[in-house]
Write a protein that binds this ligand. Structure first.
Ligand code: IMP
Length: 213
């Protein structure tokens, strides 16, 4: 069965202005008006699930129920193989209350050492997306990018764990790439680079009407 299309209005279940900006860039050309949960005064639910998919679904469901509109949410993070997938869904929380990612990166390095892990430190970023409609219909997508962690961190662009993540096949960390390079959504149908762009690419081809402006 084909996926349900997003029509003219969508609530973004995020209070993060950066995410809203990125999504407006993606959805605008398809005639979709994205309004944020923050702009509608909706509360931010606690991310209590243990999977990326579970948290994305929880946030989208809460926003759809509260607004009676289709709602979109994402959840993402870094999984390190030698740390049994940590920090995973706790990626943001490893930055502490002040979202200090120097401290989070130092913790990743310390835990790898404590476990006696040897490079290459295999890792991947993952992004789960969920759209929930008021009648309960759900569409879900996932994007993943594999690579290795390097220390010391390289680059000052990006955010979070970008400076230690070297995507497979490239010699620059995400922290050394401009946003356009990291998230590049190729127009020729080839695969995007970042986990988020890959998940969006899957969403766009399934749920957006290919209206060109
Ligand atoms: P959330 O999806 O907003 O809950 O964020 C998850 C956390 O995962 C972020 O705070 C970052 O620490 C990390 N993360 C997710 N995507 C990326 C990325 O593209 N680069 C660096 N860190 C990321």
């Amino acid at each position: 069965m084909s996926a349900r299309k997003i029509e003219d209005r969508l609530v973004i279940a995020s209070h993060n202005p950066g995410k809203l900006w990125e999504l407006r860039q993606l959805l605008g050309p398809h005639g979709v008006d994205a309004v944020s949960a923050g702009e509608l005064g909706l509360p931010e639910p606690e991310e209590t699930e243990t999977t990326f998919r579970g948290n994305a679904l929880l946030k989208a469901k809460a926003a759809s129920t509260a607004s009676n509109l289709p709602a979109f949410a994402d959840d993402s993070g870094l999984c390190v193989e030698a740390l049994d997938g940590a920090p995973g869904v706790y990626s943001a929380r490893w930055g502490g209350e002040h979202r200090d990612f120097c401290a989070a990166i130092a913790r990743v390095e310390r835990e790898l050492k404590e476990r006696g892990a040897e490079p290459p430190y295999r890792a991947y970023f993952i992004c789960a997306l969920a759209i929930v409609w008021p009648d309960g219909h759900v569409e879900e997508f996932e994007g993943r990018v594999d690579g290795a962690l390097i220390f010391p961190p390289r680059g000052t662009k990006g955010f979070g764990y970008d400076p230690i993540f070297l995507p497979d096949g490239l010699d620059k960390t995400f922290g050394e790439m401009m946003s356009a390079e990291k998230h590049a959504l190729p127009g020729d149908g080839s695969i995007a680079l970042s986990h988020r762009a890959r998940a969006f690419q899957a969403l766009a081809s399934a749920c957006l009407n290919l209206r060109q402006t």
